[in-house]
Unconditional design. Structure first.
Length: 281
């Protein structure tokens, strides 16, 4: 049994389908089947039950999943330490990146890193910060770059803090904001609470929003076309030439959006992880 066997095992547990697992791993279905059969012969037990709709992990498979994941992590660390002792920066780097950071900041950082360390095998997972936080907690990724405040007892570095702004295609001047359509979007609970307070302090109702959009870029495009106003972080406004006004509560508190890099302390000892975190600073 090796790292590849464990990765196939983990993917099958998650996908519960040989076809989907093979597509995700970029291997043939027969290869997946042979490796699992080899693992079953080696362990002397059945790991998956085959059905017409897919496969079902047996109780044994579910019980050993955590231990096999730990074994895989240890094997990766041993390999990385061996390579680093020879002066080679290699190994794997599993990064979880919030959608907005991935869109506006990551490409340049990643290009510089890959130029310096071409032997590192990099996997980037983009998603909402809440999901990335969960994956980091479950050891599914090495590093998480997230937006917003999350309780984390291990490695945490504040990368940036930007203002949240009132955004419109043009200065509303004396036009009551309530008379203009609001374009709302999903955000984390802590920022949503602050935005709600700001709206209440300014007698602005957001419950009757004309549009509710999940994607920040689409939201901004709607604003550019004069459909309505939105409350957006500065990160997406670099090429926006409309009306921008940073938000403040009545007590003078600025509404901001923080970006953190979170990581497990054990992973920070890996050269490729430490060097990537350094490249963010």
């Amino acid at each position: 049994m090796d790292e590849n066997d464990i990765e196939i095992f983990r993917t099958l547990i998650k996908e519960k389908n040989v076809t989907r697992a093979s597509e995700k791993l970029f291997v043939t279905q027969s290869s997946v089947t042979k490796r699992i059969q080899r693992m079953e012969n080696e362990l002397g037990c059945t790991l998956f039950i085959r059905t017409k709709k897919g496969i079902i992990p047996t109780p044994v498979a579910e019980k050993i999943l955590s231990d096999l994941c730990n074994v895989q992590d240890i094997l990766k660390k041993v390999k990385n330490y061996t390579l680093s002792s020879e002066g080679i920066i290699a190994g794997t780097l599993d990064i979880g990146v919030s959608i907005n950071f991935a869109r506006y900041s990551l490409p340049k950082i990643l290009k510089n890193y890959m130029t310096k360390y071409p032997d590192v095998d990099i996997k980037v997972l983009t998603g909402h910060s809440t999901n990335l936080y969960s994956k980091l907690s479950n050891n599914e990724i090495n590093i998480a770059i997230i937006r917003g405040d999350f309780y984390w007892e291990e490695g945490s570095i504040l990368l940036s803090e930007e203002p949240v702004c009132f955004v419109a295609s043009k200065d509303p001047q004396n036009t009551p904001i309530n008379s203009l359509p609001n374009i709302s979007r999903n955000t984390d609970p802590s920022l949503e609470k602050s935005l709600k307070i700001w709206c209440e302090e300014n007698n602005i109702g957001r419950s009757n929003s004309t549009l509710y959009i999940n994607d920040i870029s689409t939201c901004l495009e709607m604003v550019k076309n004069g459909i309505g106003w939105a409350l957006l972080p500065e990160v997406c406004l670099k090429n926006f030439d409309g009306y921008i006004k940073p938000l403040y509560l009545k007590d003078g508190t600025a509404l901001t959006r923080k970006t953190y890099v979170l990581y497990k302390n054990d992973y920070y000892d890996l050269p490729q992880v430490k060097l990537f975190i350094d490249s963010l600073l």
